[in-house]
Design a protein around this ligand. Sequence first.
Ligand code: HEM
Ligand code: HEM
Length: 178
Amino acid sequence: MTNTTVTSSRRVWDPLVRIFHWSLVTCVLLNLFVVDDGETLHQWLGYVAVAWVGVRAVWGFTGPRHARFADFFPTPSRLRQHLSALARGEPEHHWGHNPLGGLMVLTLMVFVLLIGLTGWMQTLDAFWGMEWVQDLHEGLAEWLMPLVGLHAAAALIMGRIERTRLIKAMFTGTKERY
Ligand code: HEM
Ligand code: HEM
């Protein structure tokens, strides 16, 4: 049997990051799969998601260490080092987001902003009747689905590889290694 005794732990996700994450998940999943009619509730959920990304972006410069973009920004050299360590079978350990995780979370945030922007554009007279705006909104939303799936799967798989309870940490704030 694998040993699952906690060997070390550290508080990494402050309350803002955790509330941001699960609020964003709720708004985005509802808009993707439940309230996808473009009506008032859909629009409000979309704006709440966008507002959270805005708050999180400010927090990325002002928040505690692991919340900062500088802590996990996926520079080419960080990505190279991370990938070659994985390929060697000696995964690096990061208390914050690893470089690939950082790339994914930034991508997810950009997608939410672009989907919110194209959603809002559909409500403006200036874009009335322009089909490309609606097509772009729908197309981006369709791309977001597999990205979210990949993100959740990566959290499960990387957690196992790095022997770290990543998902639990998004609820409790404390990352445990075992
Ligand atoms: C998290 C943000 C959002 C997500 C994930 C999202 C996702 C979606 C999805 C999946 C659809 C259905 C596409 C289809 O029928 O195939 C849709 C439609 C629509 N969305 Fe959004 N949306 C978001 C934000 C917004 C916002 C902020 C607005 C406007 C203020 C908006 C306005 C619309 C409209 C008007 C439609 C209907 C398009 C049609 O007539 O088919 N959305 N959205
Ligand atoms: C609509 C769905 C989702 C979106 C848009 C999303 C977005 C994000 C974002 C933006 C972050 C960065 C958090 C921050 O630094 O403030 C993040 C991190 C994280 N998400 Fe999600 N997420 C989604 C679904 C999920 C699901 C379903 C799970 C669980 C299986 C999950 C697990 C995690 C974990 C564990 C982290 C932290 C990863 C690490 O420790 O480096 N996410 N997510």
